[in-house]
Write a protein that binds this ligand. Structure first.
Ligand code: BES
Ligand code: ZN
Ligand code: MG
Length: 460
């Protein structure tokens, strides 16, 4: 069956059935013997924007899937005339993200692999446009990598399994991957990472991804992602309702992994090191206790006042490792770090803190290109003070109830050694029960992967 897709603006009825108003996201299907005409409403001409295109195409392919239409041509002439060639990336992202589904655990999973073609004024895409389309597809696939990892339950994504998956990506896309086991981490002095990691019979792994593809530059971007494959809270145990979703506590690590896969697939000329500290935060007879003091790789001693503030602990050693052993020159850390950011910003904007505003601006711009939003919080001594310890150099959580996202950032700041640094808290944005846009499906959003890709792609 052949399928033609026609787009219509509202209030400009072009002779199709009067019931079709062409409101945004309105669809019409008319079948004859071996042809189906699909009408897609674009809403009001004045209100239509480049941003809406991504969601519109995602919605359209979802609709085609519902109708089991496996072959279709999309005519993009009208869009390219109105918005320029940049819409090709939006269309590609929309289509490829819209097709995402996580049905690995359903006994009946229907595979839908449609054949889509694209034309501009009835001509197939020129080489350059086809290349643009392909590159955006590779970014969408990086987002899908992140989503798959986050959607996978903790029993199927232990730190060891995570490391094996990343090794496989490394072989596929030409990324150097090194896995540091607990013995190696002990040798390097990562006592803080191990304090958390040894709480479980599933051993911790520090995954290092090296994508060094610009020998003309000595800039190396360090991307450090929180990889808690399950967060029970440890002895500072979470109540069961808040524990339930905690398989997603490795979304930061997943975003870094997805971004680096996309960079490698697109052969972007840049230097990036990904450091993913992966472990569980569990209750056991080897688990760390509230009140313990550990000495970090950095040399600072940490009083652990709350075992549920484990993300900042594993990130501190991972950041020290990135600076000292991988010689990165800038750092972005990304983590599902605090419930506080969820309370403050909700599910559509991620929180950020930085020691260099100009660097945050770059991240924010990259987010804009990726369609992801970040809000910068202030940091100053009043927040740092919360973490002063009577016993050690610093403690991992304070008694102050509010401002937790900033306090978490202040803890990490103590380990960045004056490197330009941005911290992204994606606790609220990494998972969505009720996605607002069609390019997000229920569950993991893959947030951060596209932003980090855009940041590194521009960072030559
Ligand atoms: N993984 C959680 C944060 C989180 C909350 C992620 C909700 C996703 C959704 C993190 O490890 C945590 O437990 N943070 C504590 C920190 C506190 C003890 C200082 C929190 O936010 O309550
Ligand atoms: Zn956590
Ligand atoms: Mg926790």
């Amino acid at each position: 069956m052949n399928c033609n897709i026609n787009f219509y603006y509202e209030d400009k009825n072009r002779g199709i059935t009067p019931v079709f108003k062409a409101k945004i996201k309105e669809y019409g299907f008319s079948y004859d013997a071996d042809n189906v005409e699909v009408s897609v409403g674009l809403g009001k001409f004045e209100e239509f924007s480049e941003k809406k295109i991504k969601a519109l195409f995602a919605g359209t392919v979802k609709e085609l899937k519902k109708h089991n239409i496996t072959k279709a041509n999309f005519e993009l002439g009208e869009f390219s005339e109105r918005f320029g060639k940049s819409i090709i990336s939006q269309v590609s992202m929309g289509i490829n993200l819209g097709l995402y589904e996580f049905d690995r655990y359903k006994s009946e999973n229907k595979t839908y692999s449609p054949e889509f073609t694209y034309t501009i004024n009835n001509r197939v895409l020129e080489e350059e446009d086809a290349e643009t389309f392909k590159k955006a597809k590779n970014v969408a696939e990086g987002v899908a990598v992140a989503r798959d990892l986050v959607n996978t339950p903790a029993n199927d994504l232990t730190p060891v399994i995570f490391s094996e998956i990343v090794e496989k990506f490394g072989k596929e896309h030409n990324i150097e991957v090194e896995i540091l086991d607990e013995t190696k981490c002990r040798e390097l002095g990562m006592n803080t990472f191990l304090a958390v990691g040894e709480s479980s019979a599933n051993p911790p792994r520090l995954i290092v991804m090296r994508y060094l593809n610009n020998s003309e530059s000595d800039e190396v971007m360090g991307l450090v992602g929180k990889g808690i494959t399950y967060d029970t809270g440890g002895y500072s145990l979470k109540p069961s309702a808040s524990m339930l979703g905690m398989k997603t506590d490795m979304a930061g690590a997943a975003a870094v992994c997805g971004a680096i896969c996309s960079l490698a697939k697109n052969k972007v000329k840049t230097n990036v090191i990904g450091v993913l500290p992966c472990c569980e935060n569990r209750l056991s007879n080897s688990a760390y206790l509230p009140g313990d003091v550990v000495k970090s790789m950095n040399g600072k001693t940490i009083e652990i006042t709350n075992t549920d503030a484990e993300g900042r602990l594993i990130l501190s050693d991972a950041i020290t490792y990135a600076i000292r052993n991988e010689k990165v020159s800038k750092i972005v850390d990304i983590a599902t770090l605090t419930g506080s950011v969820v309370a403050t910003l909700g599910h559509h904007i991620s929180g950020a803190v930085t020691n260099k505003k100009a660097f945050f601006k770059e991240v924010k711009k990259a987010g804009k290109r990726a369609g992801e939003k970040y809000h910068l919080f202030p940091i100053d001594d009043t927040y740092r003070k919360v973490l002063e310890s009577d016993l050690a150099d610093i403690k991992n959580s304070g008694s102050v109830k509010f401002g937790g996202c900033i306090v978490g950032g202040c803890f990490i700041e103590a380990f960045v050694e004056d490197m330009p640094w941005v911290h992204l808290d994606i606790a609220g944005t990494s998972y969505s029960e009720k996605p607002l846009f069609d390019y997000n499906s229920k569950g993991a959003t893959g947030v951060g992967a596209a932003t980090l890709y855009e940041l590194c792609a521009k960072h030559n």
